[in-house]
Design a protein around this ligand. Structure first.
Ligand SMILES: Cc1cc2nc3c(=O)[nH]c(=O)nc-3n(C[C@H](O)[C@H](O)[C@H](O)COP(=O)(O)OP(=O)(O)OC[C@H]3O[C@@H](n4cnc5c(N)ncnc54)[C@H](O)[C@@H]3O)c2cc1C
Length: 345
């Protein structure tokens, strides 16, 4: 049986790998130029800069087992970061026992490893879905996918949408528009999804390359006040052949929402000012790279309760947002829906 997975982030890749290992034929589609989704890194001058997820943790037994396999394949390493907190205007060391993991040589490496030997269509934005009717005219016999150029893929017996909820809702709406019968089956699902449109909040990310190493001991700073939430010295991560001093700034959700439509130059200037305030030093920036994540991290005020598998339609949802955010939960979500499909056939 063939299954289509839309979204080659951690959730989609984990679902695709689970199905592939169970002997199913899988095709994965992603609008990005490489797999990884919110774990994507930007290649600049031969080095990777992580603009999305900065590290991940492993708490469950099953994910720890997966991490062991990645470790054996040299796809992930520990990041023994010297961590600090910035609060009440003070920078203080913050010691904890958290084992922080990063991909080698960039955050998307474990996602790419999961997709090895699987057919992946990159640079392929799926813009429309259509349910296949069986010979009695009933929907549920499968799915067709259409890209932006109206190229059709399928039919696929089952479909996994491993997307943030807003993108998922938009895509599923196209199936309703194409087919009256689908309306009846999909309307309640779409209503539920609507309630989760705020499940992921935006984040402006800025990488600032400095002209010299910052004279502070910190590799990572949890910022507890003001406009930003996180700072990381990218060149402190293992397996990055990057000698230049690069600091990654993540703005808080509130500030990112406030400046959602700001120009990158404005955001870069704000990032430099914030870094100078926290380091208490004037800094010289040689290059700034900005990226706006519209759907970044989980909104603690929204608690999705959407079922992630609809056996009648052979339609499944996967993503970090269904399990509380974070890389590990994206992986758990992808594995769980793939197992549902394998169980129900
Ligand atoms: C700024 C930031 C910081 C973070 N920090 C951390 C952290 O430190 N630790 C941690 O554990 N997690 C962190 N996260 C969260 C973590 O990145 C996510 O939990 C995880 O990567 C989500 O994976 P996913 O597969 O659910 O979704 P995504 O990675 O968003 O994957 C969805 C994929 O769908 C594709 N797509 C969307 N629409 C279409 C379409 N129409 N057609 C084709 N493809 C489509 C996208 O291109 C994308 O690749 C962070 C995220 C961000 C953005």
């Amino acid at each position: 049986m063939t299954v289509a997975v839309i979204g080659a982030g951690m959730a989609g890749a984990a679902a695709a790998r689970t199905l592939h290992l169970a002997g199913w034929q899988v095709e994965v589609f992603d609008k990005g130029r490489s797999a990884g989704g919110r774990m994507s890194s930007k290649r600049v001058g031969g080095h990777y800069l992580d603009l999305g997820a900065q590290y991940f943790t492993a708490r469950s037994d099953s994910f720890n087992e997966q991490v062991s396999q990645w470790r054996a394949a040299n796809v992930v390493s520990n990041w023994p970061a010297s961590c600090y907190r910035f609060e009440q205007g003070q920078l203080r060391q913050s010691v904890d026992n958290t084992l922080r993991l990063v991909g080698n040589p960039s955050m998307q490496a474990p996602v790419k490893a999961l997709l090895a030997d699987i057919a992946v269509h990159l640079d392929c934005r799926i813009s429309r879905l259509s349910l296949v009717a069986d010979k009695n005219g009933q929907t549920g016999a499968g799915w067709y996918l259409f890209d932006e150029h109206n190229q059709r893929f399928g039919p696929f017996k089952a479909l996994i949408l491993a997307l943030p909820p807003v993108q998922l809702h938009t895509l599923l709406t196209t199936a309703v528009a194409a087919d009256d019968a689908a309306d009846h089956e999909l309307a309640p699902i779409l209503n539920q999804l609507q309630a989760h449109s705020q499940a992921l909040l935006p984040c402006w990310a800025v990488n600032l390359q400095l002209d010299r190493p910052a004279p502070i001991d910190a590799d990572a700073i949890f910022v507890k006040e003001g406009n930003i939430s996180w700072l990381a010295r990218q060149n402190s991560k293992p397996a990055r052949d990057n000698k230049a001093e690069n600091w990654l700034v993540h703005f808080s959700p509130q500030c990112s929402i406030l400046h959602l439509h700001a120009k990158p130059t404005q955001i870069a200037a704000l990032a430099k000012a914030e870094l100078e305030l926290i380091f208490d030093l004037p800094l010289s920036v040689t290059e700034a790279i900005c990226h706006r994540w519209l759907y970044a991290q989980i909104n603690p005020a929204v608690c999705p309760a959407a079922p992630d598998y609809h056996p009648g339609l052979r339609l499944a949802f996967a993503g970090d947002w269904l399990k509380g955010g974070r890389v590990e939960n994206a992986w758990l979500s992808g594995v769980a829906v793939a197992k549902e499909i394998i169980t129900h056939g």
